[in-house]
Design a protein around this ligand. Structure first.
Ligand SMILES: [Zn+2]
Length: 465
């Protein structure tokens, strides 16, 4: 309820801040109603990946844009799989901004859901559908903002690009195809808005943080393989492959990677303390010094939601030995899900882990695409637009940078020199925010609709003349 009030204050502010031109008369209820109607159609397009079938989603967006006179291209990247690309022209005085979204969703088991996952059923004001949080709703809002910019005839300083890619959930084929085959259509952009932020609304209606992703941990998956003599399980050998691997793994899982306070993690802790435990602000705003205190270090280290912000992390996830209890296998394998902090060198970490394993008969090899972790700055025009617009609608909310433990394609676009941010234009309850990849994924229609003006205002602020 309280958010409605905040939003109506926001609406009032928008009207006051943009008194001139068509925007003051914008019929937002009409846009919001259309956005919800289109969202329902979009949810009903089954883009479960595998196999994806994202071409239907690309056609859906291009059909919408065609009706509005916005040029849109479909790029087929594989049979049945496609990206959609649309562009609104600016006067060229600033470099383009990309609105990036992915159209594929992970699979949903209908048996576990209370409604069919592609029915887009509405219950208690929430629309249910695989992709509701990750990330069909944001993709829909990006498309509606394109439509609104065009219809309202907003004069642009920079091109605004809408890019809906396939296959983000599996192999990033859509993005990689664009960069390999249509690089000129994305390279040269200054900014990119992608999935990844988090803005939780509490039961009392407050939104303490508006988290904007500026970086992600980079996956650096490793496989450890031990070889040894095969034999009968009744005659154990100290140097068998499973025994040697087990000893090495014990060292790895007990190993504490060094804590490293980066300027980004420092800011995250400081912002968090300011809102959540103001009495300890001093301590959390001086992490480097505070971590020298043993008790504080332990407290931070033992909190998994905090620790990953300060260190490269290692999770032992795969173990393979023999298929039979009475047979000593000649080979034993383990896999580690390693995530590196921005600024870390994969090769350097590999050397570090070799020392921990301390057994050079065990082969250690990377098994994921090597992605060097990177980060976007917060002193940019787009960042200031986020802060200003969010502040207008949610005056007491702290806009704070986030480092996610997961991975997003922003990492790939940053390598092209594009400042890329995970910015979610709508708020969610904790319950809804926990549904991506899970059961009963859903979004409150009112919150979804509220996101339209937030994203539109960000765009007019950063790309409007
Ligand atoms: Zn996603």
């Amino acid at each position: 309820m309280r958010r409605t009030l905040v939003c109506s204050i926001g609406l009032l502010c928008t009207t006051l801040l943009f008194p001139a031109g068509a925007r003051a008369q914008t019929d937002w209820p009409k846009y919001e109603a259309q956005a919800a109607e289109l969202l329902q159609q979009y949810f009903r397009i089954d883009t479960s990946n595998p196999p994806g079938n994202e071409k239907h989603a690309a056609e859906f967006f291009c059909a919408l844009f065609a009706k509005e006179g916005i040029e849109c291209q479909i790029f087929e990247i594989a049979p049945g799989r496609a990206n959609a690309y649309a562009r609104l022209k600016g006067d060229g005085s600033k470099r383009p901004i990309i609105l990036l979204n992915h159209t594929d969703v992970v699979n949903a088991d209908p048996k576990l859901w209370s409604v069919p996952p592609f029915s887009a059923e509405i219950r208690d004001g929430a629309m249910y559908g695989r992709g509701a949080q990750d990330m069909k709703s944001e993709g829909m809002l990006q498309a509606m903002v394109m439509v609104a910019l065009k219809r309202e005839n907003v004069k642009l300083t920079r091109d605004v690009i809408f890019l809906a890619v396939a296959d983000e959930e599996a192999n990033t084929l859509g993005t990689e195809w664009m960069i390999k085959n249509k690089r000129e259509l994305v390279a040269g952009a200054e900014f990119l808005i992608n999935e990844g932020g988090e803005n939780l609304i509490q039961s009392n209606g407050a939104v303490p943080f508006w988290g904007v992703n500026v970086a992600e941990k980079a996956p650096y998956w490793l496989r450890l393989t031990a070889h040894g003599k095969a034999g009968h399980g009744s005659v154990p050998r100290a140097d068998s492959a499973p025994h040697r691997l087990a000893r090495a793994l014990a060292r790895v899982v007990d190993y504490e990677t060094p804590l490293h306070v980066t300027p980004l993690s420092q800011q995250i802790f400081c912002d968090m303390a300011q809102v959540q435990f103001p009495s300890e602000k001093e301590r959390f705003c001086n992490m480097e010094a505070s971590l020298r205190d043993e008790a504080f270090r332990k407290r931070v280290s033992e909190n998994p939601d905090w620790a990953f912000l300060l260190r490269n992390t290692i999770s032992l996830t795969v173990l393979k030995g023999g298929p039979q209890t009475n047979v000593i296998p000649a080979e034993a394998i383990a896999e580690l899900d390693v995530r590196l902090l921005p600024g870390e060198e994969p090769q350097k970490f590999l050397e570090e882990i070799k020392k921990v394993v301390a057994d050079d008969t065990i082969k250690i090899e990377p098994i994921s695409t090597i992605r060097t972790p990177n980060e976007s700055p917060v002193d940019t025009e787009l960042w200031r637009a986020f802060a200003e617009v969010v502040g207008r609608y949610f005056p007491r909310t702290v806009v704070s940078p986030r480092l996610t433990s997961g991975y997003t394609e922003s990492q790939i676009y940053r390598q092209l020199g594009i400042h890329s941010y995970g910015f979610c234009p709508f708020v969610s309850t904790r319950e809804e925010a926990d549904t991506p990849h899970g059961t009963d994924e859903r979004i409150l229609i009112k919150e979804f609709q509220g996101g339209l003006r937030v994203l539109f205002d960000v765009l007019t602020r950063v790309a409007g003349r």
